[in-house]
Design a binder for this molecule. Structure first.
Ligand SMILES: [Ca+2]
Length: 437
């Protein structure tokens, strides 16, 4: 409100007051309207015209007063609003930043630091995890070391006692067991032999009779205690266990068999010995048995079947499935196969199917390294392949023999007194006429 308006309003209010007092005492009319009243002073010597004046301007004065009052109220409202706003600003932003431009670098730096902190936190968490893993590993290793120490202590205790089991190895040696027997050996057992081309001697079981015949054992099956599902290297080097009393199973090894069988121009005889589950024993002898070097995959060759009541299964067997059964199951001239070296005549892998190592064709009529089955007949609905210890000319291919042996002797010693004699052309026994796979 301006100062001029204030003064006008004050004067006007005073005038109204006087007029009101005057009107209360004097009701103006034509008779008294000219009566002097000092209270009106020099500006209003009489009350005459006052009422008219008042009535004339009352409406405008009232309107002006109403407008003034509204404006005062508006201004009051504005003032209150402004005060409230200022108060709010003070509360909300007690200290406004001096300048955002000045603080921006600090904010950036702060963010970087926070990022670094987060990164270090992650690194620490990761390292803690690693430490926990290593601690667990350390604990596991400590436990393992503890167990090993305990085992070592046990073994040390055992070693303090003298060895209870001893293996007697005969002193005589030779190129083969016949050579050993020729030097005077008359006792079966373990001997070191060294074939002509062998780089070092190796142990074999020699079966020597009273007549001085020395058989060199190549293979033994007795009880199924040794798994004959072995790879190429194992069949090459040999596996199983030699024993001085011939009570364990083994394959002497293709390399050693090769060295023995090819060391001389004097032909060897291979004798196959079979025992069925009725303890009936049978044999089959082959002339000039030879096993080629590894470069020829230890190929089997012989000149002919001499004799034996087991029959000539190496020559194959007509199972009745196919006219070529006999040809496809013969073994003379076949290379050796294992599950990891397929040298057979079959599009599949005979050794892998049958779980053995052998001179596979497509696949076999003789199979002395097969799976060991107790009782003989082993056919079952779930069995696809004839994988037993088989000699098809003696028993059908679903009959697995109880014991077998393969052994060599120089041909010149065959038939010497003390040896078992064999009938030429022994009958072939075999009821199962199915072809092989
Ligand atoms: Ca094949």
């Amino acid at each position: 409100m301006s100062q001029t308006h204030s003064r006008a309003l004050l004067a006007f209010q005073s005038l109204l007051l006087l007029v009101s007092a005057c009107l209360a005492q004097y009701i103006p009319n034509r008779d008294n309207c000219c009566i002097l009243d000092e209270r009106f002073g020099e500006f209003c010597p009489t009350t005459c015209g006052i009422a008219d004046f008042f009535h004339k301007y009352q409406t405008d004065a009232d309107r002006d007063l109403t407008i003034l009052e509204n404006k005062i109220n508006q201004i009051t409202n504005f003032t209150n609003g402004a005060s409230y706003l200022i108060q709010q600003l003070k509360t909300t932003h007690p200290q406004m930043p001096a300048s955002q431009q000045m603080t921006a670098p600090f904010i950036t730096k702060f963010k970087d630091i926070m990022e670094d902190v987060r990164r270090y936190e992650n690194t620490i968490i990761e390292q803690e995890s690693n430490i926990q893993y290593l601690q667990e590993l350390l604990q596991t290793n400590n436990n393992a070391i503890l167990k090993l120490r305990q085992k070592t202590a046990q073994l040390e205790l055992q070693c303090q006692e003298p060895c209870k089991e001893t293996v007697q190895i005969q002193e005589l040696t030779g190129k083969d067991c016949q050579d050993v027997a020729n030097k005077g050996a008359r006792k079966s057992g373990l001997y070191f032999i060294k074939p002509v081309k062998a780089k070092q001697q190796f142990l074999v079981f020699c079966e020597i009779d009273s007549a001085g015949n020395g058989w060199t054992l190549l293979q033994r099956r007795l009880d199924g205690s040794v798994d004959f599902k072995k790879n190429w290297i194992q069949y090459k080097e040999g596996f199983g266990y030699l024993s001085p009393d011939d009570t364990t199973e083994y394959w002497l090894g293709n390399e050693k068999i090769h060295l023995i069988s090819t060391q001389s121009t004097i032909p060897y005889v291979l004798r196959v010995e079979l025992e069925d589950w009725s303890n009936r024993k049978s044999t089959a002898d082959y002339h000039t048995f030879r096993v080629a070097p590894e470069t020829d995959k230890f190929r089997l060759t012989y000149s002919y079947f001499i004799s034996g009541d087991a029959g000539d299964a190496f020559d194959g067997y007509d199972f009745g499935d196919d006219p070529s059964d006999k040809f496809r199951t013969s073994h003379n001239g076949m290379q050796f196969s294992t599950y990891d070296q397929d040298n057979d005549k079959f599009e599949g892998n005979c050794a892998k199917q049958d779980g053995s190592g052998w001179w596979m064709n497509r696949c076999h009529a003789a199979h002395l390294n097969g799976k060991y089955y107790t009782g003989g007949d082993y056919k079952s609905p779930s069995l696809v392949y004839d994988n037993g210890i088989i000699w098809a000319t003696l028993r059908n291919r679903w009959y697995s023999f109880k014991t077998t042996a393969m052994k060599l002797i120089p041909f010149s010693r065959l038939g010497v007194t003390g040896q078992q004699t064999h009938m030429e052309g022994s009958k072939k026994v075999g009821s199962d006429r199915r072809g092989d796979f």
